[in-house]
Design a protein around this ligand. Structure first.
Ligand code: FAD
Length: 371
């Protein structure tokens, strides 16, 4: 069978990879919209400490985190060593006087590990130990350390997936895809003025999927949240093994090799421009400096902008689009799509190839995002 995948962020790239690896003929179409979420994303893979209590969503992110090592191994077999994934651990930090909160989180983590042993070691760290792990933090924080926490460079992972898909015969086309509709409920695809033909069409277009599906008379409910995220550089430390840092408010820091530091991020609902704003940069750095004063002496490199795609109730949808014989979609990975995306792509590929899916796809019914 043959497939067209429209949208090559982490989700489409993973879908295409799993299809191609299983012998299908795949065409990947991507427009490289400025603001692709995968390109801008931070890269935290540590879903187990979340306060969110939606079990379907939790299932996706924990399966996503669990799947990463298998995927990285599979990509390595395909000659893709640069996946940007590394298990560096994660710390949830707590200020003075918050010892009881830290203790509660510790107990919750132990409880959750019973179902998700890949969380690895769970340790309480003293102020000194915390500071030693991430020396740019103020020295007043103690922490909960999760050994199985990881980071991933979204762009590197996306590229590794696409390149490996190409090795298995996938064809990549740069351009803006449009959908056409014929009378027999078959959806067709046009890109760069030419028709592309395949048995099934898979839409993984993130924040842009609404426009793509409109010509079919579908009102697809995907909203977006603009995020501005800042990259800094230190030449003073070796940062390759530093853990991901999750402060007790909605911000985070992580590092990559060569002194690269990522500080995130704003959450601007419905804002659809890719401007780096003074207010955005101020908000992110102002909050960050309070927790990590060491950042103020780092070099400012750039601010990236991306759009987190959300479907209703912030729950992803995955499956067949009703009313069309050959149209499938997945979307709404929100703020945790680097974590869940590779796994969701694998499941979407399994669905269209009539293989066994491990998810109960009725929990992620596409109808929930259609009006
Ligand atoms: P995208 O990556 O946005 O890809 C969609 C693609 O579809 C785009 O390339 C676009 O050009 C293409 N497209 C759309 N329409 C068309 C068309 N008509 N023709 C051709 N191409 C089309 N998640 C985590 O797990 N951990 C994190 O630490 C994390 N940090 C984040 C930080 C930021 C700043 C942001 C923005 C997101 C973060 N996320 C994180 C979330 C994660 O990045 C997203 O959920 C995920 O990348 C969404 O992937 P996607 O493939 O669905 O969409």
């Amino acid at each position: 069978k043959s497939y067209i995948v429209i949208g090559a962020g982490i989700l489409g790239a993973s879908t295409a990879y799993h299809l191609a690896k299983n012998g299908a003929a795949v065409t990947i179409i991507d427009r490289k919209h400025p603001g692709q979420a995968t390109e801008a994303a931070a890269g935290i893979v540590c879903p187990w400490l979340t306060k969110r209590r939606n079990s379907e969503w939790y299932h996706l992110v924990t399966e996503g985190a669990r799947y990463y090592p298998t995927l990285v191994g599979s990509l390595q077999e395909d000659g893709e060593a640069e996946t940007g994934y590394k298990k560096v651990g994660a710390i949830n930090i707590f200020g003075e006087g918050k010892e009881s909160m830290l203790q509660r989180k510790f107990e919750l983590a132990l409880e959750r590990r019973e179902d998700t042993p890949e969380m690895g070691s769970i340790t309480k760290l003293s102020r000194e130990e915390t500071h030693a792990l991430f020396p740019l933090l103020a020295d007043e924080y103690s922490a909960l350390h999760i050994g199985g926490g990881a980071r991933v460079n979204g762009r590197a992972m996306r590229d590794a997936l696409i390149q490996a898909a190409e090795k298995h015969g996938a064809v990549r086309v740069h351009g803006q895809a449009q959908l056409t509709h014929e009378e027999d409920e078959q959806v067709g695809v046009i890109v760069n003025g030419k028709e592309v033909v395949a048995d099934d069409v898979l839409v993984t277009g993130g924040a842009w999927a609404k426009q793509l599906l409109e010509p079919l008379g579908l009102s697809f409910q995907v909203t977006y949240q603009k995020a501005q995220i800042i990259h800094l550089q230190t030449n003073e430390f070796q940062t390759d093994d530093w853990p991901v840092v999750m402060p007790p408010f909605g911000q985070y820091f992580l590092t990559f090799g060569n002194g690269q530091i990522v500080v995130g991020a704003t959450a601007e609902d419905g804002v659809n421009d890719t401007r780096v704003t003074a207010g955005g940069v101020y908000e992110v750095l102002n909050k960050a400096f309070k927790v990590a004063p060491g950042f103020s002496d780092c070099e400012y490199v750039e601010t990236k902008v991306g759009f987190r795609p959300f479907t209703p109730d912030s729950l992803p949808v995955i499956g067949k689009v009703p009313g069309y014989a050959n149209l499938y979609t997945a979307n709404g990975l929100g703020a945790s799509g680097l974590t869940s995306g590779p796994f969701v792509g694998k499941e979407l590929a399994a669905l269209v190839m009539d293989d066994v899916t491990t998810l109960h796809l009725s929990n992620y019914d596409v109808c929930k995002a259609l009006r």
